[in-house]
Ligand binder design. Structure first.
Ligand code: PMP
Length: 448
């Protein structure tokens, strides 16, 4: 069956969708933090379907709730009322601080971010959207304009206006880098700051101001940022950067959009939402991935006032927030609470960060180890001084070895040089010990 499936893949499935690994995995089933392939081999899933399986593969409570709803009602579109939709909206918004109390349901993170930009423009009557270099906000033509990660850029599409060429209103601020940040582990090249503010924050803010002053008109519609950059490899900003950036945007009449597609639902451990770790309250928040534990659903949460700007005309989404999705979403929230998964993200995430950081001393090629909770990046470098990315073939070898020993890891960063570790939040310290031992063995084989 493997060869047959692979043949279909080659002939009938879009080649732009890349599979991981030289010999792609053929999966059979999943259970919590584990995946099983067609031959029954078990893998610890440290990537959770790209940070999406939040509470665990086929989590029993979520599965049971979904099965019950499947037999009752799937879909009506929001032209009628249905209790589960309203109960979920109430439950979800109760997790946000005032005044973020109104939700729109969509189907994907890209759709959510498209809507957020649309909302910011309608509400402010301004046009320009500011984003940060290294961010990722989706694959729709609109959101692709926000990314500077080259693998997602389609050169020819520029000519047809699918990226920033079409959106001269999208500007980019500074890169993430080596600086003081809110993480249990220190940067590789330790920042010279001792406490309080980091000097890098001022440099970032200067660049941010430069972008605002030189590239955009006096007013802006919105600023979109991830609390921790996910696709870019768990890149964190200097302390207080986001807070000051929000202030600068608001001074220019813009709205602040927090893309919580990866950082939401307790993944960062200390807080339920990533923006809370920066001490800010956004005007619009976008949610996807972990919201449905793999069920295709997403949402935009905003204030009543901003929502009312959109209400002057119809805004419609056929599948958004159908009964089934809302039942799944509510069950995911229950599972996070009942299984104590936010606390587990903090405890196990911190433990994992510290264990991974121990690999830096014995291995010159292990560069930055960063992140927060269960959103971790391990950057592979030629040497710690230059921080140049380790060549792809070398990283691939280590990564393939981990897979062969039963550990699945994600990749990220501009050069795909960062191992992304973002497992289902039910992972245990025992799993971490296993994963770190496997990575240790793979690294040892590589340097031997
Ligand atoms: N925002 C962030 C931070 C993401 O990581 C992603 C997906 N990787 C998206 C938005 C887009 O989500 P989707 O693929 O569901 O459209």
């Amino acid at each position: 069956p493997y060869e047959r499936i692979q043949k279909i893949r080659e002939q009938n499935i879009a080649p732009s969708l890349r599979t991981y690994y030289k010999k792609p995995l053929l999966l059979h089933q999943g259970h919590m933090q584990w995946l099983f392939d067609h031959e029954g081999r078990r893998y610890l899933d440290l990537f959770a379907g790209i940070v999406t399986v939040s509470v665990g593969h086929c989590h029993p409570k979520v599965t049971m709730a979904t099965q019950k709803q499947l037999a009752r009602l799937w879909h009506t579109t929001n032209i009628y009322m249905y209790p589960a939709i309203h109960e979920y909206a109430e439950k979800l918004t109760s997790l946000f601080p005032d005044p973020l109390k109104v939700v729109y349901f969509t189907n994907s993170g890209s759709e959510a971010n498209d809507l957020a930009m649309f909302m910011a423009r309608l509400h402010t009557r301004n046009f320009d959207i500011i984003c940060l270099r290294g961010g990722y906000h989706g694959g729709s033509p609109y959101t692709l304009g926000l990314t500077s990660l080259t693998p997602y850029k389609h050169g020819v599409a520029n000519g047809f206006g699918c990226t920033t060429t079409m959106l001269p209103d999208v500007f980019r601020g500074p890169w993430g880098g080596s600086h003081c940040r809110d993480s249990p582990v220190q940067t590789v090249r330790k920042c010279s700051c001792t406490e309080g503010e980091c000097h890098a924050k001022d440099q970032y803010i200067e660049q941010f101001k430069d972008t605002l002053n030189t590239s955009v008109p006096k007013t802006v519609a919105g600023f979109i940022a991830e609390p921790i950059q996910g696709v870019n490899g768990a890149v964190q900003y200097p302390r207080n950067f986001l807070k000051e950036a929000y202030q600068l945007i608001r001074e220019r009449g813009g709205l602040c959009i927090s893309d919580e597609v990866q950082t939401g639902f307790g993944r960062t451990g200390s807080h339920f939402w990533g923006f809370q770790t920066h001490g800010v309250v956004p005007d619009i928040v976008t949610l996807a991935k972990g919201i449905g534990n793999g069920f295709p659903m997403a949402a935009v949460v905003t204030t009543k006032e901003i929502a009312s700007s959109l209400a002057q005309n119809l805004h419609f989404n056929t599948f958004g927030g159908n009964p089934l999705a809302c039942v799944v979403g509510a069950a995911v929230l229950d599972a996070i609470e009942e299984d104590g998964l936010q606390k587990n993200s903090e405890d196990v995430g911190t433990y994992m960060l510290l264990e991974l950081a121990k690999l830096r001393d014995p291995f010159e090629i292990v560069g930055d180890v960063r992140g927060k909770g269960l959103m971790i990046g391990v950057e592979m470098v030629t040497d710690k001084d230059s921080r140049r990315p380790l060549p792809a073939e070398e990283i691939n070898q280590i990564w393939e070895d981990c897979k062969d020993m039963g550990v699945l890891i994600g990749r990220g960063g501009l050069y795909s040089q960062t191992f992304r570790i973002k497992p289902p939040m039910c992972i245990t310290k025992r799993d971490v010990d296993f994963a770190v031992e496997v990575l240790h063995t793979a690294l040892q084989r590589h340097v031997a």
